[in-house]
Design a protein around this ligand. Structure first.
Ligand SMILES: Cc1cc2nc3c(=O)[nH]c(=O)nc-3n(C[C@H](O)[C@H](O)[C@H](O)COP(=O)(O)OP(=O)(O)OC[C@H]3O[C@@H](n4cnc5c(N)ncnc54)[C@H](O)[C@@H]3O)c2cc1C
Length: 388
């Protein structure tokens, strides 16, 4: 049986649903084809179950892309204010956590229920458990699933990235881009914990669970946020943010005592220059266990001024050579994806293949931690939906 529509949207996540709503509101006959048994699985697990659905300080600087200008147009035309208006229309209670991050008070289920209701109001058809096996383009796009066929002059790819394969992430969007000769930026895990090499792991990883505010930097980027020691390496917001920029073999620098002169106390000649005093000073800045471990491993060989200066320097420039990342299994997003040079920044339509659109995470636009990835999904979805 062949189902015929004005537009087919592949993937019922954040971007696909927003696109369907906007196109449906304009009177287009749209269908969302979703391979899973329910819509928006990632929305449900996002933000620890409370969905950090946007960030009120959203700006183009919060996104990575080979072309940093690409996202500007869509982000300007669908703002955090637009999504907040939708949330308020549905009377969903929410709160600001830190730095502009908005979370549901109750549950991420509220956001999914809102999108599902908007789909119903816009007359969107939803097909669940629909795994597309083949896409062909004759005059229109023809999509074959196991027991049905779909056709439409417009196809929107909203199949997301590779992160968290156990909830259904697939490479389908990337494979399709290749099928149509559309260039890609190599996909890589983003917002992902970093692994320490063998020696540093043996020095620090028994402190798993300990966290401290640091400045983490690499690749010309720096983030002042919490760092968390894990069983295999480092995580926490500062490291997750940095991981999206980190490239193999690059060193990461960590300032363990931002804007603090840890050894200043020793300029007072009355203060005894001992490990105990140093430990006491460090415990004012770092959690006790990390402070003690740092002194154990880095105590100055001599208590001279140059040795203290070297200790101070090491605290501000802890240099790490990560052995890798925790990979797509643990990555919150996939960086890289469909090359933005291939797409219209206004509509997300392919320049080479008219009628083919890419939106959301499958595109080479990746947000920082803090609600920016959903904002990109809403904004790119709306940009495509309004142009159908
Ligand atoms: C644990 C976790 C927590 C997160 N928390 C936040 C947060 O709080 N705030 C934030 O901004 N971002 C968060 N993110 C990132 C955010 O969830 C994603 O950036 C966003 O969901 C991307 O939306 P999307 O619609 O592009 O892709 P997805 O949400 O991944 O949706 C893609 C959909 O396509 C379907 N699909 C895949 N292949 C096929 C196929 N072949 N045929 C049909 N359907 C297919 C999938 O089943 C899925 O439903 C989080 C991510 C994770 C993993």
């Amino acid at each position: 049986m062949t189902h015929s529509f004005d537009a087919l949207i592949l993937g019922g996540g954040a971007a696909g649903l927003m696109c369907a709503i906007e196109a449906g509101k304009r009177g287009r006959r749209v269908a969302v084809l979703e391979r899973a048994d329910r819509l928006g699985k990632k929305i449900l697990i996002s933000g620890g179950g409370r969905c950090n659905f946007t960030n009120i300080h959203c700006a183009p600087e919060n996104f990575l892309s080979a072309n940093p200008h690409f996202a500007k147009s869509a982000l300007a035309r669908y703002t955090p204010g637009d999504f907040i208006a939708l949330v308020e229309k549905h009377q969903i209670p929410y709160h600001e956590k830190t730095s502009g991050q908005l979370f549901c008070d109750r549950s991420a289920r509220d956001i999914l229920a809102m999108l599902e209701q908007e789909c119903r109001l816009a007359g969107v058809s939803i097909f669940l458990n629909t795994k597309i096996e083949q896409v062909a383009r004759v005059d229109t796009f023809v999509l074959r699933a196991a027991n049905a066929e779909f056709c439409a002059p417009v196809l929107v790819i909203a199949t997301g990235g590779l992160s968290i394969p156990k909830i259904g992430a697939t490479s389908f969007g990337y494979d399709l881009a290749c099928q149509f000769g559309i260039r890609m930026q190599e996909p890589r895990p983003g917002l992902v914990p970093l692994l320490l090499g063998h020696q540093q792991r043996s020095h620090y990883c028994d402190l798993a669970g300990v966290s401290a505010e640091v400045i983490a930097s690499c690749h010309g980027q720096q983030f002042r946020e919490k760092m968390l020691i894990t069983h295999r390496g480092l995580s926490g917001p500062a490291i997750l943010q940095l991981s999206s920029y980190w490239q193999e073999v690059e060193l990461v620098r960590i300032d363990l005592a931002p804007a603090t002169d840890v050894t200043a106390v020793f300029r007072d000649p009355k203060i005894a220059r001992t490990s105990a005093t140093l430990r006491h000073q460090l415990r004012k800045i770092l959690p006790n266990r990390l402070a003690d471990r740092w002194v154990e491993l880095h105590a100055p060989g001599a208590w001279t001024n140059p040795a203290l200066a070297e200790f101070e320097k090491q605290m501000h420039e802890w240099s790490i050579a990560p052995a890798g990342t925790e990979g797509f299994e643990k990555a919150e997003v996939t960086a890289g994806g469909v090359d933005t040079d291939e797409l219209s920044a206004k509509t997300m339509e392919s320049r080479q293949v008219p009628g083919l659109f890419f939106i959301g995470e499958v595109v080479d636009v990746t947000g920082h931690l803090g609600g920016f990835n959903f904002q990109w999904a809403w904004a790119s979805g709306a940009a495509a939906g309004r142009s159908l």
